[in-house]
Design a binder for this molecule. Structure first.
Ligand SMILES: [Ca+2]
Ligand SMILES: [Ca+2]
Length: 404
């Protein structure tokens, strides 16, 4: 990988995704003054304080749309409560959160579903576009040194040809060796221009950045889950457990999710049956009927990332912080990603734990990050009148999963 004037790849040191792409940052959420972590945090005001005395919404009058399940509102303790959480300060403090109910996609959004969105809207994803140096003004010291190839359409993939002899796991920059910007990689070509999604209709869509995901949501009349909604759903109704199914990663020596086995990145076993992404719902659902809340691909949430958010977030329906701040890379606007991917393992990251937090630059898609959507209990009209509903498919192609 080109480690010279890095345009397109920068490193989130010590994190699992490891890589974000540099590009234009939108004004919203971009820190104008470097913020600091909360020393004496002020509690964030609830978006609707009157809700404090209102009962939680646990029921809905609507049937779940195809491919979605109803997550009844409730309270839970959010944050890491296991041994690993002790070395991950952004998973704390554990705090009580109350949520009103919502519908959630039972699976990650699939290639088939995303293809319908593209077909109907003509949308072109970020990874498919040609970029200009001017987009990067302010992001790199000298845009004139940006290599031409880094402006071409492409996205981030694993580099299977990395030199293992150069990997020093004690060097925080070692992930540079195993990721690369691949020209021609996009959602239709998840592993580069020679690859395709033929036969992968039920695989999760990948190489989608935040802008792409928001465009899909607008079309579908849905939205991304908040980080709290995502964690509450992932827990599947269980209390203080590390995984969607309980506290044991491999109960009865079974693999219940898609991750990387072996020492990442130099040893690759495929004990769970999948080297890369698996078709959605290849593993059992959790207690809410949700699939792949652990592993397979990372999932965007709507929340800005701040490592200290749990210290001042409101108790009810926390909407996420009002701005992004990652002390490791404060110049980038980052959103929370959740759930881990097929690239996660215990020596690299443990993103497949229900409390694990990840952050991704808004402009960066990758070959192991996708998303799923929700509809709030009071957002039914938005869903019912969305562009997607104006042209129903001849057949319910998206009915790939059961409504539990
Ligand atoms: Ca696997
Ligand atoms: Ca997932």
């Amino acid at each position: 990988m080109n480690r010279g004037p890095i345009l397109a790849l920068v490193l989130s040191v010590g994190v699992c995704c490891g890589i974000v792409a540099v590009a234009t940052l939108p004004d919203r959420g971009k820190p104008t003054e470097p913020p600091t972590l909360a020393e004496e945090p002020e509690p964030q005001t609830d978006t609707n304080p009157s809700n404090e005395v209102e009962p939680l919404v646990v029921q809905t009058e609507h049937q779940p749309p195809t491919g979605m399940v109803w997550i009844p509102g409730g309270a839970f303790m959010m944050g890491g409560q296991d041994e690993l959480a002790k070395i991950k300060p952004d998973e704390g403090p554990v705090h009580e959160v109350e949520l009103d109910g919502y519908f959630m996609d039972a699976t990650e959004v699939t290639n088939e579903e995303f293809a319908r969105f593209i077909e109907e809207t003509g949308y072109v994803t970020y990874a498919e576009r040609q970029h200009s140096r001017e987009e990067y003004a302010g992001q790199v010291p000298d845009i004139s040194v940006i290599p031409d190839e880094n402006l071409e359409p492409g996205s981030i993939c694993f580099n299977p040809d990395f030199d293992a002899s150069e990997i020093d796991l004690n060097d925080p920059l070692w992930p540079y060796h195993v990721w690369k910007l691949v020209q021609g990689a996009d959602w239709r070509h998840p592993h580069g221009p020679e690859s395709s999604i033929k036969g992968k209709e039920k695989h999760p869509v990948v190489h989608v950045n935040y802008e792409d995901v928001m465009a899909y949501c607008q079309w579908a009349g849905k939205r991304l889950p908040t980080e709290a909604e995502w964690e509450f759903a992932a827990r599947g109704g269980l209390k203080a457990q590390s995984y969607p199914w309980g506290n044991e990663r491999n109960p009865e020596n079974k693999w219940l999710f898609n991750m990387w086995q072996g020492v990442f990145p130099i040893e690759r076993k495929v004990e769970d049956g999948f080297k890369h992404a698996a078709p959605v719902a290849s593993f059992p659902a959790n207690g809410y009927g949700l699939y792949d809340m652990s592993g397979n691909v990372w999932e965007w949430t709507g929340d800005y990332y701040r490592p200290d958010y749990y210290r001042f977030s409101p108790k009810r329906n926390p909407p996420g912080p009002t701005e992004s701040y990652d002390p490791l890379e404060p110049q980038y606007v980052k959103r929370v990603q959740r759930g881990g991917s097929f690239m996660c393992n215990e020596n690299y990251c443990t993103g497949y734990r229900v409390s694990a937090r990840m952050k991704g630059d808004e402009v960066s898609g990758s070959f192991h990050c996708g998303f799923r959507c929700v509809i709030g209990h009071d957002e039914w009209d938005t869903y019912a009148t969305a562009p997607r509903q104006q042209k129903p498919p001849e057949t319910q192609k998206t009915a790939a999963v059961k409504n539990n």
